[in-house]
Design a protein around this ligand. Structure first.
Ligand code: GLU
Length: 454
């Protein structure tokens, strides 16, 4: 094990936002890349928002994405407890250290951190009042992603609120010290807090960790940051939308990082090997649902049929496509045909529903297109006797029999395919037709054609 220690420090809100998931993922990737330790620390000092359900959403999301933590809730560790709400005695000790060093004072019932420097009063536009300010030396942050950032804190800030609860900046820094965090990898929205944090590290006489602030994820259209209302923003929705965790994780890794070649589909072992700070982009990234869907489709196609069936079954069940008395062999044969065509699991019932249901919708556009070029009823009447009698009812034998008939009619065999497919599925596209006929079986195929002609 290396001495790299990183942490993901979420404040549970009831949602697991893709931006948080990306922060968690980057920390996890760096820990695994460096052979270090990945700590999960729950920043639950805001009591009103921190319910058990909020925590559960977060832990479930992390587990779904496969982001296992070495220390934290359930995992334990030498630097616990890992919930800030249980660390009050640690904060008291650290507060006393600042107090003894003369770096705290009380004002309006709160305890403040006293910056070092020359004090003066000035008009503060933000507070719309005269406030005491401090001339401090700028803090220099050599951010691993943003480069050199300089910022001077001008105002003292609160360590403990009037109600006795410790403030974010204070507990965040105390925990990073107490948990021996070496790299703070977090969202760019915290860059403006970092000078406060560095002032605190200095006051405790501790060398600050290395900082890496990751640029924003912008929403698909427009210029704003992705918000929880944007489609694709919540990790907890991906599973029920039919996405594979490995695909989502691969996609999120590309939001702000790239392997410096054109590749997009990378297995997790490769990402871990290649992941490092120089690969993280300085610019914002943009959420791209199409790219995510394409990656998901690639991962879906790679699953073995057992895994594919395992994932597809509950979704098909829920859509009412399959139910009791299901023929398992038929399900597997259908899914073997549909898997190469599947783009996501949640559209699978549209893609293959007609295999299971006799009442399938007829796509009118396709119907009109076929009727414009041919007389589908006449074509089907020609092939029906063949399909009634061909032996065995297998793709090869069906193909030979249809070819023989087509040749006699001076037609290419393909001339029959669109009408055939449309009659038995209501669709213009789908899996290869001949294997599809075989899987559906003679009875189903001929009954559907008869019904269509009638
Ligand atoms: N609780 C903070 C957040 O969720 C953590 C910030 C940090 O990583 O330092 O934004």
């Amino acid at each position: 094990m290396s001495d790299v220690r990183v942490r993901f420090a979420p404040s549970p809100t009831g949602f697991f936002h893709i931006g948080s998931a990306r922060t968690a993922l980057f920390n996890w990737l760096y820990a695994r890349h460096a052979g270090g330790t990945f700590v999960l620390r729950i920043e639950d000092t805001d009591r009103a928002r921190n319910t058990d359900e909020s925590l559960q959403v977060l832990l479930d999301g992390m587990r779904w994405l496969g982001l296992d933590w070495d220390e934290g809730p359930d995992a334990g560790g030498d630097y616990g407890p890992y919930f800030q709400s249980q660390r009050q005695s640690i904060y008291d000790t650290y507060l006393k250290r600042l107090h003894d060093a003369g770096r705290t004072y009380e004002k309006d019932g709160a305890i403040w951190f006293k910056l070092e420097g020359e004090r003066y009063t000035a008009y503060d536009k933000f507070l719309e009042a005269e406030v005491e300010k401090v001339k401090t030396k700028p803090v220099v942050i050599d951010d691993l992603i943003r480069g050199r950032v300089e910022r001077a804190e001008e105002r003292d800030f609160v360590l403990v609120r009037k109600d006795g609860s410790p403030a974010f900046h204070f507990v965040n820094v105390v925990d990073d010290i107490a948990m021996r965090i070496t790299h703070v990898i977090r969202g760019e929205d915290h860059l403006s807090n970092t000078s406060k944090h560095v002032e605190l590290f200095k006051a405790f006489g501790v060398e600050p960790p290395k900082f890496a602030h990751i640029p924003l994820i912008l929403k698909e259209a427009g210029s704003g940051k992705m918000s929880k209302r944007d489609k694709g923003a919540l990790i907890e929705e991906y599973e029920s939308r039919g996405f594979l965790a490995a695909a989502v994780r691969n996609y999120i890794s590309l939001l702000g990082w790239n392997p410096k070649d054109e590749r997009e589909k990378l297995d997790i072992g490769e990402i871990i090997e290649l992941f490092d700070f120089p690969g993280i982009n300085k610019g914002n990234s943009r959420f791209d649902e199409k790219k995510l869907a394409a990656l998901n489709a690639e991962y879906l196609r790679e699953l073995n049929i057992e895994s594919f069936t395992f994932l597809a079954r509950p979704l098909l069940n829920e859509a009412g496509v399959i139910g009791e008395g299901l023929d398992e062999d038929y399900l597997q044969a259908v899914l073997t045909l549909c898997q190469p065509k599947a783009r996501s699991l949640d559209t699978l019932s549209e893609l293959c529903g007609y295999f299971f249901r006799d009442a399938y919708a007829m796509d009118e556009k396709t119907g009109a297109k076929i009727a414009k070029k041919t007389d589908p009823e006449a074509l089907l009447a020609e092939v029906l006797p063949i399909l009634d009698t061909v032996e065995p009812f297998k793709a090869d034998a069906i193909k030979s029999a249809l070819e023989l008939h087509a040749a006699a009619e001076d037609q290419p065999v393909f001339a029959y395919f669109p009408a055939l497919r449309y009659a038995i599925s209501g669709q213009g596209g789908g899996p290869d037709l001949l294997p599809m006929l075989e899987v559906m079986g003679r009875e189903r195929v001929t009954a559907r054609i008869r019904k269509f002609i009638a």
